[in-house]
Write a protein that binds this ligand. Structure first.
Ligand code: ADP
Length: 477
């Protein structure tokens, strides 16, 4: 029998006293009505009481253990159930408490699982999300918010901080205060200056009923940088394209007016002006051709070419097409294709345009009497921008021109971006050639790199996925 440690003497007396009362009443009746000796009756009463104490003691100890078990279970769910020896009722109660405890543990685990999965859902969202309490303190945040605001990229480090220590923009804080104090939802745009400037739309939504964890409002951030950049690029593009067309058009109109007026009978001026008008009209045609090419490629950019094509044939055709220009500028073109280079997955026409633009630029900007080298080789290096793994085919066009200052390199593939606009125009450039190359390379799931050294020249390299099952058909040369 377990030790009777928990049974207090007073409770033992109290529990034993009540059940003795009927027996004592009978003894008292026997004394009064049947002449039982008073001393004998007293002895009997004491014996009854002692027997009752002995009977109650074991049961009371069982109930005490049960009560202590229930109390300790609240603090420590792993408390071991007590051993009950006397009371069947206490045993049944213990079974009921154990069943309740099991149910409670299951519910608690389900609630914890739900909370965890709630956090997992928040973490899986790509946009930063912050939950704040009534005092504008951060209660929790998802991983995206952690990555955005915390150097250690842990959302936990944000918890407990005031929203103002994370987003300092007064418009956001005002919206958060309005949400918390006036239950008003708000959307604002703000800029985060570091680490890289980003523009966000912040949506602050008050929760109608504060959550058990104290969450009173949600601050959701949506990165608008790319969208705004695309919008401004589109607007710039339209303005640039109109400007590029307006300039030659204005020149042509000016000459037409001159020819209709003051130079009507001047044969010499007429020939000169017609010549200039032809050049300007050609410039407009080139520009429109390039604009059309660009929009055609953009439309197809998401469908990848599937054919295996030989770069050698494409290179030879481009060299032939630009032969006249190369001769005019006294350029030497060298083609070097490594043996056993595989064919690439591509579109012959588009890759022809890539080579035409790169070779054309190398001849144009490579200087008079320059050397242009086209090399094709299998490359183990894959630029990070290129998808997939394994070797790829690199086609490089190297010139011996004056080179490109480093600060221009990242912007060369932007539409209408030129280092020297007047020079580009005088050489017949539209400012769209490299933008077209970039889009074609993107469509081919390839990548382009530009390296340049002032005074030595530039190398434009295009990396393309190989058609591994086929090597190039080498032309007899
Ligand atoms: P453009 O029609 O002006 O040649 P591109 O898009 O082909 O337009 O090239 C953009 C600019 O990049 C050119 O205006 C020129 O300033 C520069 N560029 C392109 N290729 C070379 C090169 N091989 N050497 C030096 N600069 C180049």
């Amino acid at each position: 029998m377990p030790p009777p440690d928990s049974v207090s003497f007073r409770r033992l007396l109290a529990w034993s006293f009540g059940p003795c009362v009927p027996a004592w009443a009978v003894l008292a009746g026997l004394v009064v009505f049947a002449g039982l000796d008073g001393v004998a009756a007293l002895v009997g009463a004491v014996v009854v009481f002692l027997l009752m104490v002995a009977l109650v003691f074991g049961r009371l100890a069982d109930f005490d253990r049960l009560i202590r078990y229930a109390e300790e279970s609240l603090l420590d769910p792993d408390t071991a159930p007590p051993e009950l020896t006397r009371s069947a009722t206490a045993q049944r109660l213990l079974t009921a408490i154990a069943a309740l405890r099991k149910l409670w543990t299951e519910r608690r685990e389900a609630a914890a699982g739900l909370a965890r999965s709630g956090q997992d859902i928040l973490d899986s969202l790509p946009d930063p999300l912050i939950l704040i309490d009534r005092r504008r303190r951060i209660l929790s945040a998802n991983v995206a918010a952690g990555e955005l605001f915390d150097m250690d990229r842990t959302a936990q480090r944000l918890a407990g901080r005031d929203l103002a220590s994370v987003i300092r923009d007064p418009k956001v804080l005002e919206a958060a205060d309005q949400a918390l104090q006036q239950d008003r939802k708000g959307t604002i745009q703000f800029t985060l200056p570091s680490p890289v400037e980003h523009t966000f739309a912040a949506l602050v939504v008050p929760l109608p009923v504060a959550h058990a964890d104290g969450t009173a409002a949600i601050v959701a951030l949506y990165d608008q940088t790319e969208r705004l950049k695309t919008e401004s690029m589109r607007a710039d593009f339209v303005a640039n394209a109109s400007h590029e067309l307006r300039t030659p058009l204005a020149a042509v109109l000016g000459f037409i007016e001159t020819l209709q007026g003051p130079a009507r009978d001047d044969a010499e001026a007429r020939d000169k002006f017609l010549d200039i008008m032809l050049k300007q009209a050609n410039r407009m045609t080139r520009l429109i051709d390039d604009l059309l090419s660009l929009s055609r490629i953009e439309l197809r950019e998401h469908t990848r070419p599937t054919q295996a094509v030989d770069l050698e044939a494409i290179i030879r055709a481009a060299v032939e097409l630009l032969d006249r220009l190369a001769k005019e500028r006294h350029s030497t073109i060298i083609v070097d294709i490594a043996p056993d280079v595989p064919a690439v997955i591509g579109d012959t026409g588009e890759l022809g345009q890539v080579l035409h633009n790169l070779l054309g630029n190398a001849i144009k900007y490579g200087g008079d009497g320059g050397k242009v080298e086209i090399t094709v080789a299998l490359s183990d290096f894959r630029p990070p921008a290129m998808q997939g793994k394994g070797p790829c085919v690199r086609m490089s066009v190297r010139d011996s021109g004056e080179g490109i200052p480093r600060e221009h390199l990242p912007r060369l593939t932007e539409r209408f971006y030129r280092i020297d606009t007047a020079r580009s125009r005088s050489l017949g450039g539209t400012g769209l050639g490299l933008a077209i190359v970039k889009h074609i390379v993107n469509r081919h799931r390839g990548a382009m790199t530009i390296d340049s050294e002032i005074g030595k020249g530039s190398v434009f390299s295009v990396y393309l996925p190989p058609a591994l099952e086929r090597t190039m058909v080498r032309a007899a040369s």
